[in-house]
Write a protein that binds this ligand. Structure first.
Ligand code: PBG
Length: 342
């Protein structure tokens, strides 16, 4: 017999926590493979993969290996990949012109993926950082990132990706007006069916460091290019981590310009932003659980300080609960293969 208190407890939320099955019945948030997008890094070469040192378990793959892996992801039920190219240094130039070469690693990878696994959605990235010797997402002129010149290139990139078979174009550059310009460019080149996933609220975050390792794409400091007086951060185009209202403004612009889906990035330090954007959005909201968020959990797990699987699942569930319909995450494969089905 339980001891009765001398005061009343009329409402007892613990009833809905008392067994596994009642917890399942009361659960508000579901995570499924439908929600997952797997980012992928592709590099030149044949039959090779290299682990990204700051992202254990994440690889750069040559196109043939990427295609094999994509088949696995498709079999696991993951609906989409987001593709990023790792270019060798000599192909990175101040004008990033390699981005528009119709026969290079990136469009070739898109074509190979769509040939081999046509059902798998391919999300391509339009930003110049993998191609730019400066490591910036845009064209740099006189030490500044030139918004409108960048958009011109972005539009041509979008058409190139669409011609190679991209299903969804994802501008990750944060230039003003690029969603509308890309929509126009796609429509006037006959690609009306290609969707746009806008990086709507992309913050100038320190959590991108392992991704920049993966692509060797960190913005070059003045020491490396002193004559250019370049900023060694992306603060003039990516958002200030202190701002939340501004995300709603960016959302309004992207929706007006025709975004089919929108994104908040990173995810975990910005759960309030995900919530705000979801509340104002009538299109699917994605969140990018970025490289640094992955690396933190992995590193702690490798040290035996955290249970990696449990913490990853808790993080992904939290991102869903905050309001993300889709999550770009380096945990996608593990979640789909081992964690979600059980
Ligand atoms: C660049 C880009 C970045 C990421 C995706 N696209 C890095 C940056 O803006 O410097 C980061 C993704 C991650 O950290 O996982 N256009």
């Amino acid at each position: 017999m339980s001891s009765s208190p001398d005061y009343e407890i009329p409402i007892r939320p613990r009833r809905l926590r008392s067994t596994k099955n009642i917890r399942r019945m009361a659960r508000e948030t579901r995570l499924s493979t439908d929600n997952l997008i797997a980012p992928q890094f592709v590099m030149d070469g044949e039959n090779e993969r290299e682990e990204v040192s700051s992202m254990p378990g994440v690889y750069r793959r040559t196109i043939d290996r990427l295609v094999d892996h994509a088949e696995t992801l498709q079999d696991l039920g993951i609906p989409a990949v987001a593709l990023f190219p790792a270019l060798p240094d000599p192909l990175k130039t101040p004008d990033a012109e390699h981005a528009l070469d119709p026969d290079h690693l990136y469009p070739n990878a898109i074509r190979a993926l769509k040939d081999a696994v046509p059902e798998l959605m391919v999300i391509t990235d339009t930003a110049l950082d993998p191609y730019n010797a400066d490591g910036h997402d845009g064209i740099v002129r006189d030490g500044r990132i030139d918004n409108d010149a960048t958009i011109q290139v972005m539009c041509q990139m979008a058409i190139l990706h669409a011609e190679a078979g991209a299903d969804i174009i994802a501008p990750s550059d944060m230039m003003d007006g690029r969603v509308g310009a890309i929509r126009d460019a796609l429509d006037s080149s006959g690609h009306t069916d290609v969707a746009i996933l806008a990086y709507t609220a992309k913050y100038s975050s320190n959590y991108y460091a392992p991704f920049r390792d993966a692509l060797d794409s960190a913005p070059k400091s003045e020491a490396e290019a002193p004559e250019k007086e370049l900023p060694d951060d992306k603060d003039t185009y990516q958002m200030d981590p202190a701002n939340g209202e501004e995300a709603v403004r960016e959302l309004r612009l992207d929706l007006d310009e025709g975004a089919d889906m929108v994104m908040v990035k990173p995810a975990l330090p910005y759960l309030d932003v995900i919530h705000r954007v979801q509340a104002h959005s009538d299109v699917p909201v994605a969140a990018y659980n970025v490289s640094g968020e992955y690396a933190m959990i992995k590193a702690a797990a490798q040290n035996g300080w955290l249970d990696g699987k449990a913490c990853a699942m808790e993080a992904l569930t939290g991102i869903r609960r905050a309001g993300a319909n889709l999550i770009l995450t380096y945990f996608a494969e593990d979640a789909a293969r081992h964690w979600l089905s059980k």
